[in-house]
Design a binder for this molecule. Structure first.
Ligand code: AMO
Length: 439
């Protein structure tokens, strides 16, 4: 007998089906045993009647989360027992044979049978493979999978070529101290803090490139939006007229990525009562203007011409009220706040760069890059770095490179803000933070 997926069950009324799945909940009512069985496609109620207890003897050993297979008859539920709104709410499976596929060694460390998993973040992450079984937790990663596919498709539609660049590097990519040093045979190496240099090199060859890849940050942060390993959605494009071309492209790619959530992730979004951002033109606000708004509208003073987490939340709120947008581009960060590869504005004080905020959190940084060799060498020096250290990178520009720019998006932050998760760590299968290196 061939396996039937649970979502197909409603069309099989009166027939016998073979199901395989996990028991989400076992309920005993006198001589009747009810099992909520789920597979990758859905969940259905199974009943073991007393007259089938012999062929279903294994049910005595079934606990929550036991993996089972069963042969059963699909019965229509009486009208008063139908569960409206549920895919399989109109049917019930009468078990005829039941077998345990894999017996658990122990009781579960956490109860994943309730509708909402009510455990703290540490418990959730310490027992990750169990907590992931909960449909509401699974929903996060089903949406995450759609995000990766949506971004991929959106980039390809815009004729970006996908590249994968090395994550083990001979020197720290962007300078600074937030890199992990590792032992590489008899040398030292570094884990990539971003694909920055390789994607710029890629843009000088393929014109448009994107990468979905791991990024490592040795930042000792304890916040709800930082982890030490995350997945970046990067893009880089050449022959631009200026940074506006980059923002316009990122805006198109973001919105077209979100469309795929609406099409295939509606059920998952519902579980979090989450709504997609409205597709209204994303406002662009100069950072200096944003700081003025913070001061005038919110009485917030800032230091070093920079905006902090609280300021980002306030500006998002302001933009949402004023323009109805869940996104905002903050542009023209001062030279001092941006890496050496950032193209300075004509005034020499600011840069042709941006951050993209989504519902109060920065989800991307980007900008136009310096593409002229001499200017780049000078910029490296001005940041107090040694051009010798950047020889491979500088070679990209030695032979002539067109004007280009790009962005780096934090994939997990997008999911965090889309679903309103308290911590970014909930959006990583197995997050790494200062304290957590396992599971
Ligand atoms: P930046 O360092 O701003 O820019 O990183 C880009 C985006 O990556 C995400 N991000 C993080 N997510 C989780 N944990 C972290 N510790 C973390 N750090 C960053 C954020 C951020 O906006 N090379 C440039 C990008 C470019 O200019 O193309 C860069 O890496 O969403």
């Amino acid at each position: 007998m061939q396996r039937t997926l649970i979502r197909e069950v409603p069309s099989q009324v009166g027939k016998e089906v073979l199901l395989k799945g996990w028991v989400s909940v076992r309920r005993d009512h006198g001589k009747l045993v009810f099992l909520d069985v789920r597979d990758r496609s859905g969940s259905v109620q199974v009943v073991v009647l007393p007259n089938h207890l012999e062929s279903c003897a294994a049910v005595h050993e079934v606990r929550n989360e036991t993996a089972i297979s069963l042969v059963g008859k699909v019965n229509e539920r009486p009208a008063n027992a139908k569960k409206e709104g549920e895919l399989t709410g109109g049917v019930e499976i009468e078990a005829l044979e039941l077998a345990i596929l894999a017996k658990g060694e122990e009781d579960l460390p956490i109860d994943v049978s309730s509708a909402d998993l009510d455990v703290n973040l540490d418990t959730l992450l310490n027992n990750r493979t169990v907590s992931l079984r909960h449909p509401k937790i699974q929903a996060i990663f089903r949406l995450y999978s759609l995000l990766l596919a949506g971004y991929d498709q959106a980039c390809r539609r815009e004729e970006f070529v996908e590249i994968k660049t090395p994550k083990i590097l001979s020197s720290a990519t962007e300078g600074g101290a937030n890199f992990f040093k590792i032992k590489y045979f008899d040398r030292e190496a570094y884990l990539a803090q971003s694909p920055q240099f390789y994607k710029q090199a890629g843009a000088t060859v393929f014109e448009r490139v994107f990468e979905i890849g791991s990024v490592f940050r040795a930042e000792p942060h304890f916040t709800s939006r930082h982890v030490n390993e995350y997945v970046g959605l990067d893009g880089e494009m050449a022959f631009i007229d200026g940074v506006e071309d980059v923002m316009a492209m990122l805006e198109r790619i973001m919105f077209s990525t979100f469309v795929s959530f609406g099409e295939d992730g509606a059920a998952e979004l519902d579980r979090y009562a989450a709504h997609l951002p409205p597709q209204v033109a994303i406002p662009r606000i100069r950072l200096s203007e944003a700081l003025r708004i913070l001061k005038e509208e919110y009485g917030k003073e800032v230091e070093n011409e920079d905006i902090d987490g609280e300021g980002e939340r306030m500006i998002s709120e302001y933009v949402s009220k004023k323009y109805g947008s869940d996104f905002v581009f903050l542009t023209h960060y001062p030279v001092a706040l941006r890496p050496f590869y950032s193209m300075p504005s004509a005034d020499g004080k600011y840069t042709e760069t941006f951050d993209l905020l989504f519902r109060g959190v920065e989800i991307a940084s980007g900008g136009q890059r310096i593409h002229e060799y001499r200017m780049l060498v000078d910029s490296i020096r001005r940041k107090g770095l040694d051009p010798e250290q950047f020889r491979d990178y500088l070679d990209v520009f030695r032979y002539g490179a067109p004007a280009h720019g790009g962005w780096g998006l934090g994939s997990e932050r997008i999911i965090q803000k889309l679903l309103g998760l308290g911590s970014i760590k909930e959006a990583l299968l197995y997050p790494r933070d200062v304290k957590r290196l396992s599971p």
